[in-house]
Ligand binder design. Structure first.
Ligand SMILES: [Zn+2]
Length: 311
């Protein structure tokens, strides 16, 4: 009590208490489209928390979905980042998932050898048709678990998910507890077209890059438990610290159409708008500012009312 609560609801005290000794975080867009206001809000959270924590920020392109990613989007994202002034520590070097195929193959081989995976020939439709589906997610009931299917074209790879509760600390949501076996069951690491999945690639990347502070949108929060479990199977010793932030859609979804939210930043940049104006708008849309006044990238932590809101 007695402290002015930050509108961002980042629990800075929690950050102080749980922050790893050498914090490393990342901003990881998928070049499947242009950056929009939602990405900008996410970037603001990443750089504000990193600033307070003294964390390194790594840029990574999550382009594991080869069918949907394009080089032109990549270039636009790099240009947007430079224009905004949110310069990552590995700049201008970027980690690309599309360049990590060999590493992913190696990790997959290791998991397989240790008995953590199995081949699955079910289609998404097969799984969706099952009756015991609870919640919004597809719970895979392990149909192929004991079939010993050979992994070849048209066969996906699933993780044998263990029973039990996964726990971590979240700077915005408090303690997170999830039971992957009841949420998703044995989830896919590689789909039946040979694409590595988001869950697989992101865990391997974070492990390899020493990422121990994960700041991302609430829309992927449900994946946290399964990612923690996979990380542990891969030898991860320490549980990362998380911050799952709210999305623009949460606060302004009623006022703005999804389409206007997803309009590219590139349009504003090419129109000659000031980066600080666009950033201020994103913060306002995300509920962090009372009005869309301009904010410069290097002042981002102050926009989160740090350190006055330290409570
Ligand atoms: Zn199956």
């Amino acid at each position: 009590m007695g402290c002015s609560k930050s509108r961002a609801s980042v629990h800075w005290q929690r950050l102080k208490a749980a922050c790893p000794a050498t914090p490393v975080t990342r901003f990881a867009p998928s070049p499947t489209g242009y950056l929009h206001m939602g990405h900008l809000l996410s970037m603001a959270y990443v750089f504000a928390i990193a600033d307070v924590a003294g964390a390194k920020v790594l840029l990574r392109f999550e382009d594991h979905d080869r069918q949907r990613c394009r080089k032109e989007y990549e270039q636009a994202i790099l240009d947007d980042i430079a224009w905004l002034g949110f310069i990552p520590d590995n700049w201008p070097y970027v980690v690309r998932q599309s360049e990590r195929g060999e590493r992913y193959r190696q990790v997959m081989g290791q998991l397989r050898q240790e008995g953590y995976t199995y081949g699955c020939s079910c289609s998404r439709k097969d799984v969706a048709a099952l009756e015991d589906q609870v919640g919004e997610e597809l719970l895979y009931p392990g149909l192929c678990r004991d079939k010993g299917l050979e992994v070849k074209e048209g066969v996906g790879i699933r993780l044998r998910v263990a029973q039990g509760t996964e726990r971590c600390i979240d700077l915005m949501q408090g303690a997170i507890e999830q039971v992957p076996a009841q949420q998703c069951g044995d989830f896919l690491l590689q789909d039946n077209r040979g694409n590595y999945t988001y869950n697989f690639a992101v865990v391997v990347d974070d492990l390899d890059q020493g990422v121990n502070l994960i700041i991302r949108g609430k829309d992927v929060m449900h994946c946290t438990g399964r990612q923690l479990q996979l990380g542990r199977f891969l030898g991860r010793q320490e549980t990362p610290l998380f911050a799952h932030h709210s999305l623009i859609y949460d606060t302004t979804g009623m006022k703005l159409s999804k389409r206007s939210l997803s309009e590219g930043i590139i349009k504003r940049r090419l129109a000659g708008d000031a980066a600080a104006d666009v950033l201020g708008e994103a913060l306002w849309l995300g509920g962090l500012l009372e009005a869309p006044y301009p904010v410069k990238a290097h002042d981002i932590a102050a926009a989160f009312r740090f350190p006055n809101s330290f409570c």
